[in-house]
Write a protein that binds this ligand. Structure first.
Ligand code: HPA
Length: 289
């Protein structure tokens, strides 16, 4: 896929540009059960797809060339371009649902939307996800600022010929999550009175949840949360030189911390319950960027 990545992204962008004249400046990926903000963005100002190219537009992934399809629970599968309400008119490229490695897509496929964002000139990316908490002090519903990650997926989206048009062969990963954006998130959370935890996110392939032995290993690594997304997108965004902020919604305590099984329903339900607080925080952060 790499050699023609530039042409592919140009084809995807041509379809987007036929639908809207809005120029998104921020990418926003909404994780499991966190898609509510997408609806707000799609409805802000004129109604979505009113035919006014200056208004928000919602494009199902199926209408975008080279985009995979969303198959994961709690992921709706729309690209929404529009203004974030109460953000001072910031326009975002919002993915209402993302792609995961466990869906059977390649690392290149799951990160393709990040390439499209970069080719569109987007320089700032906000990644959100649902994650299991590794710290017994965490409570389901907590929000966590991701300060760094551990790529434990067993793969890397940059393996293969380098996409020279986008970035270098060996990108630096010493500050994946931009310190200034993290500071903006902390300040915004404090002003809004929303408690914000912090920690390292460990990316795991899934789709099985982890075993208690794996969770003990990840705790010994210094990780605070585990999930099945985000790291591949962050690696590609860094390759493209983007600034990155990532936020996790801790939907459950990881396997073995409590003596109870973990279910996808619990993850989606808890993310939905935290949705209002989460949406308020993201709106505030976007405004302060
Ligand atoms: N493990 C992996 N991914 C997750 C979890 C978990 O416990 N919760 C939400 N996403």
């Amino acid at each position: 896929m790499v050699p023609d990545l530039k042409e592919k992204t140009a084809e995807t962008i041509a379809v987007i540009k036929r639908r809207t004249v809005l120029k998104p400046e921020i990418g926003l990926v909404l994780g499991s059960g966190l898609g509510g903000l997408g609806d707000e963005i799609g409805q802000a100002g004129v109604s979505a797809d009113s035919g006014d190219p200056a208004g928000p537009c919602t494009i199902p992934y199926g209408e975008l060339p080279h985009f995979p399809q969303s198959t994961a629970p709690g992921h709706r599968g729309n690209l929404i371009i529009g203004k974030v309400p109460q953000s001072g008119g910031k326009t975002v490229f919002c993915m209402q649902g993302r792609f995961h490695y466990y869906e059977g897509y390649s690392m290149g496929e799951i990160t393709y939307p990040v390439r499209v964002m970069a080719a569109l000139g987007i320089r700032t990316l906000i990644l959100t996800n649902a994650a299991g908490g590794l710290k017994p002090s965490f409570t389901p519903g907590d929000l966590m600022l991701v300060t760094d990650h551990i790529n434990f997926t067993g793969n890397n989206p940059l393996i293969g010929p380098n996409a020279d048009d986008f970035g270098p062969r060996f990108p630096d990963m010493s500050k994946v999550y931009t310190p200034e954006l993290a500071e903006t998130a902390r300040r915004t959370a404090a002003v809004l009175g929303i408690p914000l935890r912090e920690g390292v996110y460990l990316g795991y392939s899934g789709p099985s949840f982890e075993t208690p032995a794996e969770i003990r290993l990840f705790q010994s690594f210094g990780a605070s949360a585990v999930g099945m997304s985000t790291v591949a997108e962050a690696i590609v965004a860094r390759h493209c030189g983007m600034r990155i902020l990532a936020l996790s919604c801790i939907t459950n305590l990881a396997a073995g911390i409590l003596d109870k099984p973990i279910t996808a329903e619990e993850v989606t339900e808890t993310a939905g319950q935290a949705g209002e607080r989460f949406t308020r925080l993201v709106r505030g952060i976007v405004k302060n960027l």
